[in-house]
Design a protein around this ligand. Structure first.
Ligand code: NDP
Length: 253
């Protein structure tokens, strides 16, 4: 029996990258997983197919985050699908993973781009947690994907890092708020992780990025997914309000 048998989970942004690996990993532990992305149904269904190939259970829900009505739309679909499959709308594990990066020089970032970063990376997770409060049972789990860039300076990503700093505050304060219900809230901070984008096909770029980790390689999505799976399980019950460094030692300098 898996560590999450009988549990339900939502992983935002799980059509690819870290979210996809996380959805597959949680399903491998027995969870029924809601695979979410903004609009690419085919990609989300690919994740569901990968889950089902391993004998797991999942379904896809689409909702663009960072726009008015986003959380309502997501939960409308989520609760409908959960009810159909389990007869209830209980959500045991919420993984706030969906995120967008900036990659713009600090001098060039526009207010619109700044607002979008905050809308997707910080505002949406806040209101997803708020909306999930009625669905999360005692002992539930909230896992927020932060970034090592909250600890290491990279001027190209100052606004992005600010959004992840906000995510860490979401973790800290909701951990206290939800402690009496036995719900844990934690952040996971990946370092450079191969999410399948073209830069990871360039051996020179990969070699340069690998130097950041004390292990001399870039992270794989499963490196982060395994940490999330630990936090989702009962094994992590005594950890809350924490930032788990999942950067392969990048922060060691
Ligand atoms: P990817 O870019 O590979 O995937 C992002 C996922 O989020 C996709 O499923 C995407 O779906 C979804 N998404 C993005 N924007 C929205 C939106 N507005 N509404 C709904 N869904 C959205 O991401 P990664 O795997 O690289 O990163 C995952 C998380 O980890 C992010 O929070 C990122 O900040 C963090 N992180 C990543 C690192 C890395 O090196 N990869 C390092 C540190 C942190 P769709 O395409 O349909 O929009």
């Amino acid at each position: 029996m898996g560590k999450l048998t009988g549990k339900t989970a939502l992983v935002t942004g799980s059509s690819r990258g870290i979210g996809r690996a996380t959805a597959i990993r949680l399903a491998r532990e027995g969870a029924l997983v809601a695979v979410h992305c903004s609009s690419n149904r085919e990609a989300a269904d690919d994740t569901v197919t990968a889950i089902e190939k391993e004998g797991g259970r999942g379904f896809s829900v689409l909702a663009k985050l960072g726009v008015p009505g986003d959380v309502h739309e997501l939960f409308l679909a989520l609760e409908r699908e959960l009810k159909e499959r389990t007869g209830a709308v209980t959500l045991d594990v919420l993984v706030n993973n969906a995120g967008v990066m900036g990659g713009v020089a600090p001098e060039s970032l526009t207010p619109e781009a700044f607002d979008r970063l905050f809308a997707v990376n910080a505002k949406a997770p806040y209101f997803l947690v708020q909306r999930a409060l009625d669905n999360l049972p005692d002992g539930g789990r909230v896992i927020n994907i932060s970034s090592g860039l909250t600890r290491v300076a990279n001027p190209q990503e100052v606004a992005y890092a600010m959004t992840k700093g906000a995510v860490d505050q979401l973790t800290l304060h909701f951990a206290k708020h939800l402690g009496p219900r036995g719900i844990t809230v934690n952040s996971v901070g990946p370092g450079i992780t191969d999410n399948g984008t073209p830069i990871f096909d360039d051996p020179e770029a990969v070699a340069a990025m690998a130097n950041y980790s004390v292990f001399g390689r870039v992270g794989e999505t499963r490196d982060v997914a395994d940490v999330v799976a630990f936090l989702a399980s009962d094994d992590s019950r005594w950890i809350t309000g924490s930032y788990l460094d999942a950067s392969g030692g990048t922060l060691l300098g």
